[in-house]
Design a protein around this ligand. Structure first.
Ligand code: PXP
Length: 241
């Protein structure tokens, strides 16, 4: 059996820090605790508006972390420059709107083919693996392959919302499953993320083609009550049960 990986997104440690304009809690400390707790990678999203993670966090975490660092970023020339300078192990390209609360929807690859192609090429030249955050749609997977992405991260937000609201998840689950299967057949590594909780992760982790889960908000939320270490251990168990 292939061991599934857990990427821990620590953006909201920075959100809490920034809410008070203090220098704590420290995203670096969270990254190190995640590493010690068995996280397979740490994810940070350097947003254009710097609402949580800041440029100094990226620099510091990249310098101190021993497990892979996954940088989520928009497809802009500014972010490309920052990624090439800081050399995270992975980059996940995400859509970004200033007014959104969190990443809404997957990338519009078709509309942004030229810039995404350029970014993938430049990052891969520096041996940075590139993932595209997309909706579970066959056409987007085909485009990701054409653009030579290494991985796709399937957006699980819709599935998780339906599950939380007690609505039918059958159609949404099937779309994720079919997309994961198709992407894997094309040779893409398949990740999943957004809105995942213990309950939704347990269901989605049954899809064998998905090899990595990227989880943030729920992990940080649970950590308030049970600590980062215990929460990460519980997720590690769930994804490989
Ligand atoms: N994956 C991607 C590409 C994201 O943009 C996010 C949110 O930053 C996540 C995973 C994690 O989502 P959540 O915080 O809802 O677990």
């Amino acid at each position: 059996m292939i061991i599934k990986k857990l990427g821990v997104n620590i953006d909201h440690v920075a959100t809490i820090r920034n809410a008070r304009g203090e220098n704590y809690p420290s995203p670096l400390k969270a990254a190190i605790v995640a590493q010690k707790s068995g996280a397979d990678s740490v994810t940070i999203h350097l947003r254009e508006d710097r609402r949580h993670i800041r440029d100094e966090d990226l620099k510091l975490i990249k310098r101190k972390l021993k497990i892979p660092l996954n940088l989520e970023m928009s497809s802009s020339n500014e972010m490309l420059k920052i990624a090439l300078k800081n050399k995270p192990n992975f980059v996940c390209l995400v859509p970004e709107k200033r007014k959104e609360i969190t990443t809404e929807g997957g990338l519009n690859i078709k509309k942004n083919m030229k810039i995404i192609k350029k970014i993938i090429k430049k990052l891969k030249e520096k041996k940075i693996r590139v993932s595209l955050f997309i909706e579970a749609k066959i056409n987007d997977i085909k485009l990701a392959k054409i653009l030579k992405a290494d991985c796709v991260e399937l957006h699980t937000g819709n599935f998780c919302n339906l599950l939380n609201d007690g609505k039918s998840t059958k159609h949404s689950y099937q779309k994720i499953k079919n997309s994961a299967n198709y992407a894997k057949k094309l040779g893409l590594e398949v990740h999943a993320g957004h809105g995942l909780t213990y309950k939704s992760t347990k269901i989605i982790s049954k899809i064998k083609e998905i090899s990595e889960f990227n989880i943030g908000h729920f992990i940080i939320s649970e950590s308030i009550f049970f600590g980062l270490n215990k929460t990460i251990l519980k997720f590690k168990k769930i994804i490989n049960s």
